[in-house]
Structure formats: structure tokens, C-alpha cells
Ligand binder design. Structure first.
Ligand SMILES: [Zn+2]
Length: 340
């Protein structure tokens, strides 16, 4: 499968109405013409989406009796200001067949980052849950980062690192500072990835980081964090430009996650999510996008099972092969998720 899909092939295979997609393909016209000559993947009849195996690459858990999450205060997050454990997740995933999960760090007090990593490594070691790996918290902006990573360097259950870049105390351009760049390069040398969770109009910086660190796998979280209802044209244009620049880096991938939280709680529709998701799929191509649940943050808008159903609905006309890539295979390849 080619890494980039031309718009017409994608739209017809995905069954997406052209009018609902507000963007042009990232491919230049000549390349589009060339690609048009390639046959679209064969459809394999009706897909029973209940059977799709899922690797959820963005599973948060927090046990507030063990960890402090400084951001978990105020009215906005009141609904999720309690503990969320693996047992809760397994009940709420419904009939969806989640066979693997990758833990995503939860922005704990930095002093607790190593303890957070140990907490999830313990879960990875147990057979009673699907967690196979983790993206742990870490601070590439710190000179201590190499030392912090030492105990995890050879551990195959630690797939990568994230530090959220959109918090108010994170200045614009932070990920391009020398120490940060050197440490992200270091992650590549260890075979670990780095997740980019950034303001939507700063994704271009993530693309530059991808260029500076060609041996490190970078993953743009949450479709680049562009709010689905935003009418801020300048922000949307900057997001689209940044996403296209990121997609031009072969080491950079896109996680289809998080987006539900920007839709209206209790009044959202699948069609609210579809334009941003389609843009990401077209821009990065079906081989470079993968699913993340972002539970329990997603519950600020919708239950996890409903959000998964909604994404399945958006891609239901795609060939089975493509759906498998999106929900499972790409994640396992990109994050190098080891079997349980
Ligand atoms: Zn999240």
C-alpha cells in the first residue's frame, strides 16, 4: 500500500462525500494524476466492525490515591476529577474488541514520573489486562533527561515519551530549543518515539523537530488538536499547513484521537468530527494514521464506546485492510508494540 492516498481514491474508498471535505490533497496535481492510475484497494464486502481488533494507543489511567495531577482542577475537568483504573476501562469499552492498549502519560507532578512509569510497567506485566506498552512522561527540556531515561532504555514495554507542549507554561518554540532537540534525537537512538501534543497553529514546529531528528519516530497527537467547531480561519490554516509539513516528514505519524473532546458534550454528531479526521487521513495517508481512545478525557464529551463507534462509522466504507491498519496494525508497527 502506498504511503499517500490521492484524494479521489481516498474519498471513494472511504465513501466520504466530496463536499464534506473542506481541503485539498497534500499531493501536487501531477502526483495525484500519477496515483490515480493506481488501482484503488479492493473492497471486501461488508465489514463486520465488531470483529475489528483494536490497539488503543492512548489509554490514560489515574489512581488519585497514588498520583498528583496538577492540571486536574477547576470546573472544566470536574467530571473526570476522580480515579480511573484499568477495571473501569475494561467495563466501558463495551463490545469493541480492544486487544492491546498503550498507556499514555497523564502529566503527573514531574517528581512522580518515574513512579508513574513503574505503575504501568506493572500492569504491562500482568496477563489480566490488554496493556502492552507505554508512552511515559519525561522532560526533554531538562539536562537530566538522559539520566532519567537510563533505566527504561532497554525496556521494550516503554515505547516512547511525551511531554505536553500546549500548557500555558510551555512557551512557543520550546520543542526547538537545543536541549529538547538533542534529547528527542537521543530517544531515536534508543528506538523510542516522541508524541507531539501541541497547539494546533504550532504543528509546524513539530514538523521542524521531525526534520531535525530524522531517526526519531514522532506522533502528532489528537489530529493536531484543531477544535472541530472552530471558525478561527487563521488557526485552521496554520494547522493545515503544519499538518502538511509534518506529513512531509517520513518519520512523523498522526494519531486519530482526542478530537471528540472538542465537540459539544451531549449534542455532538459523527459528522462534526468527520472533516478534521478526513483531512488527517488524506494528508498522512492510511499507512501513517492510527487510533487512540484518549479515555477518560473523551468522556468530557462522550463515552469511550460511542466515540469508537463514531470513528468506525466514519471509515465504514473503507476496505477492511485499511480499517485494520487504522485500528491496529499501524500502531503496532509505529510504536513497536510488543505482544503480551
Ligand atoms: Zn489525552
Amino acid at each position: 500500500m502506498s504511503e499517500t492516498i490521492n484524494r479521489r481514491t481516498f474519498l471513494s474508498a472511504a465513501g466520504v462525500a466530496a463536499a464534506s471535505v473542506c481541503v485539498n490533497s497534500a499531493l501536487p496535481l501531477a502526483a495525484q494524476e500519477q496515483k490515480k492510475k493506481q488501482a484503488a484497494p479492493k473492497k471486501e464486502g461488508t465489514v463486520n466492525q465488531n470483529d475489528l481488533e483494536i490497539c488503543d494507543t492512548h489509554q490514560h489511567l489515574w489512581d488519585l490515591t497514588k498520583f498528583k495531577l496538577p492540571w486536574l482542577k477547576g470546573d472544566e475537568v470536574q467530571k473526570i476529577n476522580r480515579s480511573f483504573l484499568m477495571s473501569d476501562y475494561l467495563k466501558l469499552v463495551g463490545t469493541h474488541k480492544v486487544v492491546k492498549t498503550v498507556y499514555m502519560e497523564v502529566n503527573v507532578d514531574p517528581k512522580q514520573q518515574a513512579a508513574e512509569a513503574e505503575y504501568v510497567l506493572d500492569l504491562c506485566g500482568k496477563k489480566d489486562n490488554p496493556m502492552c506498552g507505554a508512552i511515559i512522561g519525561g522532560s526533554p527540556q531538562s539536562a537530566e533527561f538522559a539520566k532519567y531515561m537510563e533505566p527504561f532504555a532497554a525496556n521494550k514495554r516503554i515505547n516512547g515519551v511525551r511531554t505536553v507542549l500546549h500548557d500555558p507554561d510551555r512557551p512557543k518554540g520550546m520543542c526547538l530549543e537545543k536541549t529538547f532537540v538533542d534529547n528527542v534525537k537521543r530517544l531515536g537512538d534508543m528506538g523510542k518515539s516522541f508524541d507531539l501534543c501541541m497547539r494546533p497553529d504550532e504543528i509546524g514546529d513539530g514538523a521542524k523537530l521531525g526534520e531535525l531528528c530524522p531517526k526519531t519516530t514522532l506522533v502528532v497527537d489528537h489530529c493536531g488538536n484543531m477544535p472541530v467547531h472552530s471558525d478561527d480561519k487563521a488557526q485552521r490554516e496554520a494547522w493545515m499547513k503544519g499538518m502538511k509539513a509534518a506529513a512531509a516528514r517520513p518519520n512523523t505519524f498522526c494519531k486519530i484521537s482526542g478530537i471528540i473532546v472538542t465537540a459539544k458534550p451531549d449534542a455532538w454528531k459523527t459528522s462534526d468530527l468527520e472533516p478534521n479526521i478526513s483531512f488527517c487521513l488524506e494528508t498522512f495517508g492510511i499507512d501513517r494514521c492510527f487510533f487512540g481512545g484518549d479515555w477518560p478525557v473523551c468522556t468530557l464529551t462522550a463515552p469511550l464506546a460511542d466515540w469508537i463507534s463514531s470513528l468506525k462509522d466514519i471509515v465504514k466504507h473503507m476496505p477492511l485492510d485499511w480499517q485494520k491498519k487504522l485500528f491496529h496494525d499501524n500502531a503496532v508497527r509505529v510504536y513497536q508494540v510488543a505482544a503480551k
